[in-house]
Design a protein around this ligand. Structure first.
Ligand code: NAG
Ligand code: NAG
Length: 404
């Protein structure tokens, strides 16, 4: 039995005095319900009254804090015949105890600590706002009104604005947290068809930049890893830390680097393996004492259309690109598209790696498969699918890759 939820309306919170007959009229008019005959209508009215009583009783308990969600009317269509059901829906009302529980889980999952109670209260408030946004967005996703879904991640105690500022290296990151424990990486993802360097073994593990805004460095190491695997048949995870320490001048911060400078550094100095120069997530002094694993010869830049990006990725390997990362704040899966995602050059500050493209036939959409550097817990095991052919988030506007 396939159930299609058509309309979600009328939460009954605080609905008291109005008679059931009045509500019945309102219900019929709101949902354009007609019955074949009077007997059927009487029968349905009886059911409606029963449900109404159930809703009111439940919501009274909700008011007293004994329930975590409230009930309302819903119209549900079962195949051809319209039936009227009233369902419990864990949606807007699912606050109080549930959000406190999720907050605890969030803090424990991501090892988050706050300096004082005032800060914790403030962050909890933001977390609740984000939770509401996620729930509302995902309800729309369930109804087929969105093509991607959201979820709680390590950024859920920040506002989107703060998140954007952090990405651009503008402070904020005074959120005292220890690195998250990570689950094992799911090695093979299904449903990524068409063309993907990941399937060809040319993409290594997802990095986690932490509070160090070094998306550019992970984008660069990803491109170099891919190209070295394609060229030599094997490769290693390369050192993003070396780029942070050595391609950014002393006194600079993680956010002061960029992909092109990283490639230039590699052309001049080579790059060692991550195992020999591990990631610390803070800008340190350059200490490149170990042997380089790769060097590069030239940089191909100026890729500024999605067609060129596709050609470059197809014929060379994974390609580095800049996107507007801010709207990806709570992304968890599906094909990302949002009006809030800018393609204005000034917003294209977050470095990522374009590793493939595919087609999602459930929503009839093509997407780029993009490797990010916010850990494997973020998005789809560290990846995001970005809608293709609309320059979503500016993905095709500012891409580049090196030649080895
Ligand atoms: C530099 O790296 C080497 C290992 O490659 C290490 O033994 C040494 O202590 C490091 N020096 C500094 C100053 O961190
Ligand atoms: C891009 O953003 C900048 C700064 O916000 C603005 O001045 C510029 O007009 C924008 N460009 C376009 C093409 O919208």
């Amino acid at each position: 039995m396939k159930v299609l939820i058509l309309v979600l309306a009328y939460a009954f919170l605080g609905a008291e005095a109005s008679s059931s007959r009045h509500q019945w009229k309102q219900f019929k008019s709101n949902f354009g319900v007609r019955y074949e005959n009077l007997a059927e209508e009487r029968h349905r009215y009886q059911i409606f009254q029963d449900n109404l009583r159930k809703i009111e009783e439940h919501n009274a308990r909700y008011q007293l804090g004994l329930e975590t969600y409230y009930m309302g009317w819903i119209k549900v269509k079962v195949t051809m015949k319209v039936l009227i059901l009233v369902l419990a829906y864990a949606f807007l009302g699912a606050e109080a105890s549930s959000s406190r529980h999720q907050w605890k889980q969030f803090k424990s999952n991501f090892g988050v600590r706050y300096e004082n109670l005032a800060e914790e209260r403030h962050r909890y408030q933001i977390f609740q706002d984000n939770l509401r946004k996620i729930e509302e967005h995902n309800a729309r996703y369930q109804l087929g009104l969105e093509t991607y879904y959201m979820g709680v991640n390590q950024f859920s105690d920040m506002t989107q604005r703060e998140f954007g500022q952090m990405l651009r290296g503008k402070g904020v990151a005074a959120l005292n947290r220890t690195p998250a424990a990570r689950p094992a990486r799911r090695l093979h993802k299904q449903g990524r068809d068409d063309f993907d360097w990941e399937d060809k073994g040319a993409v290594l593990d997802v990095g986690d930049q932490g509070d160090c805004q070094a998306g550019w460095a992970f984008s660069a190491t990803g491109a170099l890893e891919g190209l070295s695997i394609i060229k030599m048949g094997f490769g290693y995870q390369l050192s993003a830390q070396q780029l942070v320490d050595c391609a950014v001048p002393e006194g600079g911060s993680c956010a002061d680097g960029d992909i092109e400078t990283a490639f230039k550094y590699v052309i001049a100095n080579g790059l060692t393996r991550q195992a020999d120069y591990p990631y610390t997530g803070v800008k340190g002094k350059c200490n490149a004492t170990k042997e380089s694993f790769v060097t590069a010869k030239t940089i191909v830049k100026g890729i500024n259309t999605e067609d060129d990006l596709e050609r470059a990725m197809f014929s060379h390997g994974p390609v580095s690109a800049y996107i507007d990362g801010e709207p990806l704040h709570q992304y968890q899966g599906g094909v990302f598209q949002s009006k809030a995602c800018s393609m204005n050059e000034t917003r294209l500050t977050h470095g990522v790696l374009v590793v493939g493209y595919g087609f999602d036939d459930s929503i009839d959409m093509v997407f780029w498969n993009v490797k990010n550097s916010w850990g494997e817990n973020w998005g789809e095991q560290g990846y995001v699918k970005i809608l293709k052919n609309t320059n979503m988030c500016g993905i095709g506007k500012k891409a580049l890759f090196p030649n080895l």
